[in-house]
Design a protein around this ligand. Structure first.
Ligand code: DOR
Length: 416
């Protein structure tokens, strides 16, 4: 029988079971087999021990929105590097967007990503399929076939679903399949707050009409939060996400860091950031998703208008979000729920819990460790972040995915 691993002395936070206390946790093979404050029933020599004194132990983080760039943009990221970067950031499940080359708009490309992920990935990869063929906004993909191939949602991310007619058809299918249409809401000119809100309003109207499941990606404005709040009170099937960067940075970062802070949708005002945090606290915004968007430095160079949009986000997500905790804006269990239980809910509730018998996806972090963001040490190929050379407080110390230690900087281990 495989050796077990005891995680000892940690502060266990599991919003799924409403646990928030000191507790040990035992895993064997790929499952959680025991939680408790006393000694395990196993004999002393039967398990390894990981000492988690002063550390938070929680379900592995789940990222509903990231870019792994494979196939086609392997110079920016691969499934191998992206999943290792995810593991370093505490993520054990990541949903990857289909704006690859070719785009993930048919069964073959979905199978390709899934097979690469099973061979080369270190965390669970769940692909998102396109809404339209080639992301061109002309013809709907065969959503049913993609659903059978294992996608967890549909998106033309990088662009909104181009026309009302296509969005209507996609949401009709979404209702049948029980999977979300994840829309990147932006008008064709791009960037303006009103453009985001206009597409959100269009989409909400269509979700109401069809009963399909609409998920709004990377919400960035106070007006968008208002629209989503109103729609939710009407009972429309609607979920939404915000990114760590939209929750913690403002447009001032663009002045300071130039293209490294160029992201789509753009960073907004302080009032927008406050509205997003309030929305997250009261559930209008359901989850935090990174929109990890790695690019080569060459892609980020040149003039602002032509530089690529995006921030490499896996490895700084927790550290930047912990700022919201240290400033008193969010509690520890609220923050962890937005990264675990709540995104798990969008994925059918299979992961994101530390209950006995659950798959052992576990993140262990130090809430107070201060560290310097050194992009030369990033595991991601994407070194593009406005947080380069800044100090963050809060660091992932170990990540366990399906029972295996996929990232660790905990050097202390010992006896029960
Ligand atoms: O900044 C962004 N980058 N926003 C997106 O929606 C797409 C992403 C990318 O693919 O680089």
């Amino acid at each position: 029988m495989a050796k077990a691993l005891l995680i000892k002395g940690g502060h266990l936070v599991d919003p799924d079971q409403k646990i928030d206390c000191m507790s040990n946790l035992l895993i064997r093979e790929d499952k959680i087999i025991w939680l408790g404050q006393g000694k395990t029933m196993l004999a002393g020599s039967d398990y390894d021990v990981l000492i988690a004194d002063g550390l938070v132990v929680c379900p592995g983080f789940i990222d509903f929105h990231c870019h792994l760039r494979e196939p086609g943009f392997e110079d920016k990221e691969t499934i191998a590097t992206g999943t290792r970067a995810a593991a370093k950031g505490g993520f054990t499940t990541v949903c990857c967007m289909p704006n690859t080359k070719p785009p993930l708009d048919n069964e073959e490309t979905i199978k390709y990503v899934r097979s690469k992920a099973s061979k080369e990935g270190v965390v669970r990869v769940l692909p998102i399929g396109c809404v339209t063929v080639g992301r061109k906004g002309e013809t709907l993909v065969d959503m049913e076939t993609l659903a059978k191939a294992g996608v967890v949602g549909f998106s033309d991310d990088g662009d909104p679903v181009k026309t009302m007619a296509l969005m209507l058809q996609a949401l009709e299918k979404s209702r049948e399949l029980g999977l979300p249409v994840i829309d990147h809401c932006e008008d064709p000119v791009g960037g303006e707050p009103e453009g985001e809100e206009e597409i959100i309003a269009r989409d909400i109207g269509l979700a109401e009409k069809t009963g399909g499941w609409l998920h709004i990606a990377h919400v960035s404005t106070a007006g968008s939060v208002r629209l989503i709040r109103e729609a939710k009170t009407k009972g429309i099937r609607l979920t939404s996400e915000a990114t760590p960067h939209h929750l913690t940075l403002t447009e001032d970062a663009v002045v300071k860091f130039g293209t490294l802070a160029k992201v789509n949708p753009p960073l907004r005002t302080k009032q927008d950031v406050q509205a997003l945090i309030r929305g997250l606290k009261d559930g209008v915004i359901d989850i935090i998703a990174t929109d990890h968007a790695p690019h080569t430095l060459a892609d980020k160079q040149g003039d602002f208008a032509s530089a690529a949009s995006g921030i490499s986000g896996f490895e700084t997500a927790l550290g930047s979000l912990m700022g919201l905790l240290h400033s008193g804006s969010l509690t520890l269990s609220e923050l962890i729920a937005c990264l675990t239980t709540k995104p798990a809910g969008l994925l059918g509730g299979q992961f994101g819990s530390l209950k006995i018998g659950a798959v052992a996806d576990i993140t262990i972090f130090d809430p107070n460790k201060e560290w310097l963001v050194d992009v030369t040490k990033f595991v991601s190929k994407g070194k593009n972040t406005p947080l380069a050379a800044s100090m963050l407080r809060g660091k992932v110390m170990a990540t366990i995915s399906g029972g295996g230690l996929v990232y660790s900087e905990i050097i202390k281990s010992g006896k029960a």
